[in-house]
Design a protein around this ligand. Sequence first.
Ligand code: GRF
Length: 201
Amino acid sequence: GRVVVLVSGGGSNLAALLTAHADPAYGARVVGVVSDRPTAGGLDIARDAGVATAVVAPADFPDREAWDRAVARTVASFEPAWVVLAGFMRLLGAPVLDRWGGRVVNTHPALSPSFPGAHGVRDALAHGVRVTGCTVHLVDSGVDTGPIIAQRAVEVADDDDEATLHERIKVEERRLLVDVVGRAAREGLLVDGRRVRFGRG
Ligand code: GRF
């Protein structure tokens, strides 16, 4: 199925998806990459892969609602079956969630429900957990609160700082996101309350 990926940063998760989608059997194809930041490295990764890009920068809009509507219009222009947030650092509003709700997937570098928000790695480290990890989940209107699709655990090393721990998490996170997006595209997702599994009704 057609996938649009939203990025705000370097885009290593996007790069992993682009590597996977080169295999026709993967089942998902990235047809567009959208960023809120014109300078996001993920846009260069998309361009190098010959994938269409678009920028929807908040500064270009009078208010949040106008930006939300522009994001929805831009995503819609790619006619996606799935929307994947891969290091996208803004909350999606109703225009996107109402239209693609249940088909918007996010990756978070912590074991939800622990440590939601923009500093999940830093917060886990500060809390002194010995195990953290990553979560791929469906997006609802909250911050990293949607139904969990899959998780991977990552050990915290005694000498870890935020950067080394985040890099170790990202190794697992990229694998998890690639696996989930491919299976969701091929097999579908069934959501029952907070329980999610692959498959069709
Ligand atoms: C990922 O760890 C994601 O979970 C977090 O920011 C990171 C983005 O990494 N929100 P990249 O831009 O995909 O390399």
